[in-house]
Design a protein around this ligand. Sequence first.
Ligand code: NAI
Ligand code: A1CAB
Length: 275
Amino acid sequence: MNTKTIGFIGGGNMATSLMRGLIASGHSPQQIWVSDTVPETLQAHADQLHVNIAADNANIVNEADVVVLAVKPQTLRDVCLQIAPQLKQKNVLVVSIAAGISQQSLALWLGANTAIVRCMPNTPALVQTGATALHANPQVNDEQKDLAENILRAVGLTLWFGDEAQLDAVTAVSGSGPAYFFLLMEAMERAALELGLDEHSARLLIQQTALGAAKIALESAESPAQLRARVTSPGGTTQQAVETFLQHGFVDLVAKALHAARDRSIEMSKQLGAD
Ligand SMILES: NC(=O)C1=CN([C@@H]2O[C@H](COP(=O)(O)OP(=O)(O)OC[C@H]3O[C@@H](n4cnc5c(N)ncnc54)[C@H](O)[C@@H]3O)[C@@H](O)[C@H]2O)C=CC1
Ligand SMILES: O=C(O)[C@@H]1CCC=N1
């Protein structure tokens, strides 16, 4: 585990997932700093995670070897402009997890010489099963690349992308992806209740089925289509369900949803980006 000090600006959902994942994988809470505008949020992190807290974002830049920007995309410009003067005096790696904020915007706000890794994690980082795509700007050296990768690998899978444009697609696939699986679980649970199962049993069966399906998919060399065929006995129950999904445009619907998420990521880069 790396011994660098990691500072988070913004202590919300994603930062909490990352901090918990880092601590669970052996990173000392003493080497984690977090700032937030909400005092209760900070106190909760001090009480529950035993990390160092700061009300002022400037303290994070002072203390950390790597600063993780974990505020909402809409707030990022102000935060970057606030810390930019300090970054000019201290060679700190900046890692941004904000959806739809480009390297170009980050460099404009933080300073052209800043080493920046833009990445797209997801919430399963909380249980060390995250998936994160990373993109480094040319100012990032090999040691800093390793540092960024080590932070995100502590909470799951990491994949580098040379082409930054692909991060918009990644946001639509894995960044937002957990919500799609939760939506399917939600819909299955509702249907299960209609079919007469009690809530507790329905939820347990669906959770375990989702886990089992994901495990098989990860461990098998077969494609999802092949794995689906294995569950589907000709003339049986699965075939009835799958045909119902397909007849009602399930595949096109999923494509439409992912395109909408990707397009929103591009739109956010334009709306919230450098000006
Ligand atoms: N939630 C998700 O599934 C994912 C989120 N992201 C990105 O992660 C970033 C954070 O998202 P969430 O954690 O979901 O949001 P969140 O709203 O839970 O957390 C943001 C935190 O920033 C704090 N904050 C606001 N202004 C601040 C300031 N000026 N200085 C310091 N802290 C400030 C807020 O009080 C809040 O605690 C976003 O940019 C989002 O695009 C990326 C991947 C997945
Ligand atoms: O919904 C969002 O904008 C963020 C980015 C990916 C997941 N949550």
